[in-house]
Design a protein around this ligand. Structure first.
Ligand code: MG
Length: 162
């Protein structure tokens, strides 16, 4: 059986916070405002994996009301989400993502981001892709006050009949 999943996340960008994507601290004037480390890409990937495997969503697994997730390392959250997904027999076929922000330029960090996601998801970087898109000056993203990410993944489970 194969299954597709989609994940989305948005965070406000404010001064005095680091801009973190896939566990990497990027050069930017503003960073994600969040209860956790604000890693908007890790969050969207968690939801894509959880959606494809029908195991829940990031809000139910890591509620912001829980003190444990204050300033949490979201790549560790992603690792534990993928453990859960793997326990149910699912394997990642591929993951594709769009990061929508004014700065930094995602292309400058693409290889590093792909490598970091591949490491946590215990797969090859070849199965993972990330594209940057700007907001063309439109809305909160275009003004550099927010970042949003869409992630889509394909999972397969050889033990389940289609
Ligand atoms: Mg988030």
């Amino acid at each position: 059986m194969i299954r597709v999943g989609i994940g989305y996340d948005l965070h406000r960008l404010v001064r005095g916070r680091p801009f973190i994507l896939a566990g990497i601290r990027l050069q930017a004037k503003r960073g994600e405002l969040a209860y956790s480390d604000g890693d908007v890409l890790a969050h969207a990937v968690c939801d894509a994996l959880l959606g494809a495997s029908a195991l829940g969503d990031i809000g139910s697994l890591f509620p912001p009301s829980d003190e444990r997730w204050k300033d949490a390392d979201s790549m560790r959250m992603l690792a534990s989400v993928y453990d859960l997904v793997r326990e149910r027999g699912w394997n990642l076929v591929n993951l594709d993502c769009i990061v929508n922000c004014e700065e930094p330029r995602i292309l400058d960090y693409r290889d590093e981001i792909r490598a970091n996601l591949a490491r946590v998801l215990r797969t090859e970087a070849d199965r993972i892709f990330v594209k940057g898109k700007t907001g063309e000056g439109v809305g909160k993203v275009g003004k550099g006050r927010a970042v949003q990410v869409w992630a889509t993944c394909l999972l397969d489970n050889p033990e389940k009949e289609a």
